[in-house]
Design a protein around this ligand. Structure first.
Ligand code: NAD
Length: 362
């Protein structure tokens, strides 16, 4: 199969859909891989590394898309890419169609086969979303610690404290993939960490791993209030699948928090779990609410593009190889999880929740 890897064009998107190891694996399986010149530079991967792994390098996005049976991308196509969509092309990428009617219309009009990373599902887990939750989770205490520094307007508290001085109190609301990764880094920094979740089984699991190095609490409004009022850093990491994030920290509660405390809302891409959360960018990541600092960047993994590229492609590569080796129809028949990824084909929407969200026929 001919596989194309174009450069990402969305604003501030520095990831790329294949690493040299991924190219090598696809070539080893008998496929032709073409990478757009410079596609890896945002993640510090050079054209020479792709060439050495067996890729061909082409200058233009049109040439990469035009010559491919399957295009591997990171983000959904944007308007300037729509003219490259066509019938017979398989596009394997994050699509997030429920959030974009124009992209959905473009894929349907072009009759492109769109397979979305975010709807590939194995049991209850979303294996192609999990790596980005891991990255965002591990990043959260780091950006929290940075913003706790005095010159950033924070309390001037060191997460680990020092001998004779108490560590910072870090409260993680939601102990799923991103919350557990946030807790792990906060514990590693030496902070005093509490994880709240509504799922007691999940808390059992976390408690068993951490053996007393962090506290777990069932998430109730009462427990959240007590913990948030005592916190230096609050990390919001909740998810109710398919729904807007619940508002768990009110404006009134923030008004009573310690001055200079920091709130990182990882769940901002689902609307955020603090009342005053609104999406921010890496260019201007924070803003003040009462005496606290909010950090609500909707694509946190973009700031560590190198790590994120490797984490994402580690997860996508086995599926890309399967799609290439078997062809998309047989690959989806052979793998029920991957079949969940099919969002568009032959001018039809093939994912029910996406169709419902857009009010389109399924
Ligand atoms: P997850 O499903 O693994 O975990 C969510 C957890 O929240 C679950 O354990 C669930 O029991 C818990 N929860 C639900 N309601 C709760 C409540 N009221 N109180 C406490 N806990 C509650 O989800 P995840 O993969 O960790 O993702 C969390 C959020 O982070 C999602 O919205 C995801 O899209 C987002 N995310 C954001 C970025 C970013 O850059 N901002 C990156 C990756 C993921």
């Amino acid at each position: 199969m001919k596989i194309g890897v174009p450069a990402e064009v969305k604003n501030h998107e520095y990831r790329v859909a294949a690493t040299p190891a991924g190219v090598h694996e696809l070539v080893r399986n008998g496929h032709d891989v073409t990478v757009q010149r410079g596609a890896g530079l945002g993640s510090h991967i050079t054209d020479e590394e792709y060439l050495a792994a067996g890729a061909k390098i082409l200058d233009s996005a049109d040439a990469v898309w035009g010559g491919a049976d399957m295009v591997l991308k990171v983000k959904e196509p944007i308007a300037e890419e729509y003219h490259r969509l066509r019938e017979g092309l398989v596009l394997f990428t994050y699509l997030h169609l429920a959030a974009s009617r124009p992209c959905t219309d473009a894929l349907l009009a072009a009759r492109t086969t769109g397979i979305a990373y975010e709807t590939v599902q194995v049991g209850h887990s979303l294996p192609l979303l999990a790596p980005m939750s891991e990255v965002a989770g591990r990043l959260a205490p780091q950006v929290g610690a940075y913003n706790l520094m005095r010159f950033n307007g924070g309390r001037g508290v060191l997460p680990g404290g020092v001998p004779g001085v108490a560590p910072a109190k870090v409260v993680v609301i939601g102990g799923g993939v991103s919350g557990l990764n946030a807790a792990q880094i906060a514990v590693g920094m030496g902070a005093d960490v509490t994880v709240l979740d509504t799922n007691v089984d999940r808390l059992r699991f976390i408690d068993a791993i951490y053996q007393g190095r962090l506290k777990t609490l069932v998430s109730t409004r009462y427990a959240i209030e007590q913990e948030v009022l005592a916190a230096d850093l609050v990390i919001g990491a909740v998810l109710i699948p398919g729904a807007k994030a619940p508002t768990l920290v009110s404006n009134d509660l923030v008004s009573r928090m310690k001055p200079g405390s920091v709130l990182v809302d990882i769940a901002i891409d689902q609307g955020g779990c603090f009342e005053d959360s609104r999406p921010t960018t890496h260019a201007e990541p924070t803003y003040k609410v009462h005496e606290s600092i909010f950090y609500c960047v909707a694509n946190m993994p973009g700031s560590v593009a190198n790590t994120s590229t490797y984490a994402l492609t580690n997860a996508t590569l086995p599926y890309a190889v399967k799609l290439a080796n078997l062809g998309w129809r047989e690959a989806l028949k052979a793998d029920a999880g991957l079949a969940g990824g099919l969002n568009t084909h032959d001018g039809l929407l093939t994912n029910e929740p996406v169709a419902q969200a857009l009010g389109l026929p399924f």
